[in-house]
Design a binder for this molecule. Structure first.
Ligand SMILES: CC(C)(COP(=O)(O)OP(=O)(O)OC[C@H]1O[C@@H](n2cnc3c(N)ncnc32)[C@H](O)[C@@H]1OP(=O)(O)O)[C@@H](O)C(=O)NCCC(=O)NCCS
Length: 158
């Protein structure tokens, strides 16, 4: 069973026990670095989320309600999903896909005013791009150029 829950300090060990290879690490930020930035900025609008599989935290992402989302949407009631990663030992088992599907109910339950999740995915990150499309994210052809290349800007109504 795959579930989402707000990150807790008990999850730290599991979420910092994995690394990504050179190719994958170009596409995301690791949980440890992300948690440090969130703590340092302390803006109160960024929510780290742990992905659980059989009672183990095997993945991570952030729901960011700060201003960065306005680079992707004009919708004030949206959130920006960022820094998604799954522990490589657990990749390819459908965990990322299920997490992105149950995301809608998680957002509805915890952020009832939020009606859209937006995200940016690198043109070269085909597996993540395909995963998002299978989980209800829509590509309406929007993109942007960042230091690491072009990104598709995707959106999911919830
Ligand atoms: C992208 C990522 C989150 C996918 O997680 P995962 O749990 O391995 O994915 P799943 O097992 O749920 O796979 C779901 C779908 O994604 C696609 N996919 C996943 N891994 C793939 C791979 N290595 N090659 C091709 N497609 C792949 C497939 O379309 C798959 O669909 P299917 O189940 O119909 O075959 C994971 O590979 C990861 O952490 N990557 C590095 C960080 C990253 O790129 N994050 C996204 C930033 S935008």
């Amino acid at each position: 069973m795959i579930t989402l829950s707000f990150y807790k300090s008990e999850d730290f060990e599991d979420l910092t026990s994995y690394t990504l290879d050179e190719q994958q690490s170009r596409f995301t930020a690791m949980p440890k670095a992300t948690l440090e930035i969130i703590k340092e900025k302390n803006t109160g609008d960024k929510f780290p989320i742990s992905i659980f599989y059989q009672n183990k935290a095997v993945g991570f992402f952030v729901l960011d309600f700060g201003k960065d989302k306005f680079e992707l949407t004009e919708n004030e009631n949206s959130t920006l999903l960022r820094s998604l990663s799954i522990n490589p030992d657990y990749q390819g088992k459908g965990i990322g896909k299920t997490a992105m599907i149950v995301l809608s109910d998680f957002v509805k339950e915890n952020f009832p005013d939020c009606d859209e999740v937006v995200l940016a995915v690198n043109f070269n990150n085909k597996s993540a791009y395909n995963l998002y499309l299978k989980c209800g994210f829509r590509d309406e052809g929007k993109s942007r150029e960042m230091i690491k290349g072009f990104q598709h800007l995707l959106s999911k109504r919830i």
